[in-house]
Design a protein around this ligand. Structure first.
Ligand SMILES: CC(C)(COP(=O)(O)OP(=O)(O)OC[C@H]1O[C@@H](n2cnc3c(N)ncnc32)[C@H](O)[C@@H]1OP(=O)(O)O)[C@@H](O)C(=O)NCCC(=O)NCCS
Length: 171
């Protein structure tokens, strides 16, 4: 595969990305342009000048027993459906960027855990919850994020919490 990968921030996202996300997530109800904060970071893969894969992250605080971790929370991993291999390629590019920026933990929510396990991710096993705007902690028993441990040395059986957010899934 001869491909080129690049890292960009929100303001440099090409329009072609939003076409790719529409194809990859046809039932998504969120505004995929409004979702990304200015400081989001994105890996893009191009093949013969065409955008063929994307993965992005936003910075999110995750709460573990006795500590808070600033995580790189990965969103909207998408690859051109007629091709193979670019999903892994774009994740490797984003993971390298996340590690290079010094994050100790990356996380994501997915129904496709097998794809990420091959890339080193592990499914959380402990209880999950979110912190509501009023401070209440609301259990999310059906939600198990995946994590990529880059030095945080987390225990997958611990409780983990995130903050509620106005756009995007909770996890
Ligand atoms: C998931 C997605 C990014 C994978 O991209 P891709 O380019 O097909 O992935 P790759 O070819 O690099 O796959 C690597 C391996 O993971 C496997 N794989 C791909 N998708 C998988 C999935 N959903 N579950 C389990 N394994 C998967 C592939 O079979 C491949 O295995 P192989 O090397 O033995 O053939 C792509 O299918 C996509 O955009 N899907 C729609 C959006 C989505 O579901 N995003 C991820 C969830 S948030």
């Amino acid at each position: 595969m001869a491909f080129r990968s690049t890292i960009v921030t929100r303001q440099d996202l090409p329009d072609a990305l939003f076409d790719l996300l529409q194809i990859a997530f046809p039932n998504d109800t969120y505004d995929q342009r409004a979702f990304w904060p200015d400081d989001s970071v994105h890996a893009l893969v191009y093949e013969a000048g065409q955008l063929v894969a994307h993965a992005g992250y936003v910075t999110r605080t995750l709460y573990l027993p006795g500590r808070e971790i600033t995580s790189a929370y990965v969103e909207y991993v998408a690859a051109e459906p007629r091709l193979r291999g670019y999903g892994s390629a774009v994740m490797r590019a984003l993971q390298a960027e996340i590690e290079g920026r010094g994050f100790l933990l990356s996380a994501l929510g997915t129904g496709s855990s097998g794809f990420y396990e091959r890339l080193g991710w592990r499914l959380w096993r402990g209880p999950t919850a979110y912190r509501a705007a009023d401070g209440n902690v609301v259990p999310t028993p059906n939600e198990k994020p995946m994590v990529l441990d880059l030095g945080a040395n987390v225990n997958l059986d611990d409780p983990i919490e995130c903050d509620w957010r106005p756009v995007g899934d909770i996890w």
